[in-house]
Design a protein around this ligand. Structure first.
Ligand code: TRP
Length: 372
């Protein structure tokens, strides 16, 4: 049954989940630890806790291990700049593609139009310039990748019809009070977006696409209401024999000043198109520090890694080597390493990542057409 408990609002502009453990207890998201040992060559996000939970991911790992077909399906909201928070999900998509997934990547341009007033034209431009280019530069390949727009599913009429038919049919599988229990206050635009997203997630299993097979949906924690609803709707379709979609859940990467990394505040994020020198400057100047108020105090009490944004970025993204990470932690918490020195480590890594990424991004321009 659909839970009536806490409301996670997938359309909120300031999503901040205070207690990820609560999502596990209340909604039945499983801790990632239950499958971690079975994940081949896990990404840093999987090992260090940014990916904190899942539903049925074991089924996907089985398919992976047995080299059976499976789909990775997810969607992107075409608004704002592509920043480090988005990179996390992009790396996962690439990881799953490299491990055998057929990729279905949806541009949620109808959702952006309905819930954020973004024109289809603007959404398309952002999707290609910001998202697709960065995905390609991060390793996404055109082979085994179906990149599409909610507003224009496919040039193949049979496929397009099957997708839009499913959007229409989903509305029959849920009551209005179930929907308000999941989402709170709704608008016609949100309702349309919900059914479109449910169809996004379920349509790979239609006979016109892959047929019945395991599908995993990697998302940010705020998207769980959609996943829960989709899994319920999947089980109510007598017309199709859907496997309930699996999901993996990411925490939000903290913004530079603490709080959220938000596209609406340029000083909260590092965009992948930020000039490397500017990015370095943003870290040195704005990244929230857990260091002492004076050098003397810092030497005595050390830094607080829990709140230090530079530390968090190294830990969650830029320093995969466990031994180096431990040394940084020891040095910083003991006060041997100063806040400025910690920032410098991150700033250098970031600068070199951004310069090579931006070269890859320029090369990626030639590849875009292969995805359309
Ligand atoms: N609602 C998602 C967001 O706000 C975008 C989205 C659309 C999506 N369709 C999807 C996500 C299917 C996962 C699966 O980012």
């Amino acid at each position: 049954m659909i839970s009536m408990a806490e409301k996670l609002d997938p359309w909120a502009s300031d999503i901040r989940v205070k207690d990820y453990g609560k999502l596990e207890k209340e909604f039945g998201i499983e801790p990632i630890e239950t499958v971690l040992a079975k994940i081949p060559g896990p990404l840093i996000y999987m090992r260090r806790g940014m990916m904190f939970g899942h539903r049925d991911f074991g089924r996907i790992l089985d398919a992976m291990a047995k080299k059976k077909p499976f789909v990775m399906m997810t969607g992107l909201m075409p608004s704002g700049k592509f920043h480090l928070g988005h990179k996390m999900l992009a790396d996962e998509i690439v990881y799953l593609q490299e491990h055998g997934a057929k990729v279905y990547l949806c541009v949620a341009d109808i959702e952006a139009y309905n819930t954020r007033g973004i024109s289809l034209e603007e959404g398309r431009k952002t999707a290609l310039e910001e998202y697709l280019l960065n995905y390609i530069a991060l390793g996404l390949k055109p082979k085994n990748c179906d990149f599409y727009f909610q507003s224009s599913r496919s040039a193949d009429a049979e496929k397009a019809n099957a997708y839009y038919r499913l959007v229409g049919m989903c509305s029959k599988k849920v009551t209005f009070s179930e929907m308000t229990a999941v989402y709170g206050e709704l608008t016609p635009g949100k309702i349309m977006s919900v059914f479109t997203q449910v169809a996004d997630i379920l349509h790979p299993q239609l006979p016109e696409f892959e047929g019945k097979l395991p599908v995993v949906v990697p998302v940010g924690a705020d998207q769980d209401p959609h996943i829960r609803l989709t899994r319920d709707i999947a089980s109510r379709f007598s017309e199709f024999n859907f496997i309930p979609p699996a999901a993996t859940y990411n925490k939000f990467l903290p913004g530079l000043k603490g709080g959220k990394m938000s596209s609406s505040d340029p000083l909260s994020y590092i965009a992948l198109s930020d000039d490397p020198k500017t990015a370095k400057h943003k870290i040195m100047k704005y990244a929230f520090s857990g260091g002492g108020n004076s050098v003397e105090e810092h030497r005595r009490h050390g830094g607080n890694t829990e709140v230090d944004v530079s530390y968090q970025m190294l830990y969650n993204m830029f320093e995969p080597d466990d031994r180096k990470m431990k040394k940084i932690k020891d040095d910083y918490t003991s006060g041997r390493m100063l806040s400025g020195e910690l920032k410098q480590i991150l700033a250098d890594k970031l600068e070199s990542f951004l310069s090579s990424h931006q070269k890859a991004r320029e090369k990626a321009r030639k590849e875009v057409a292969k995805f359309l």
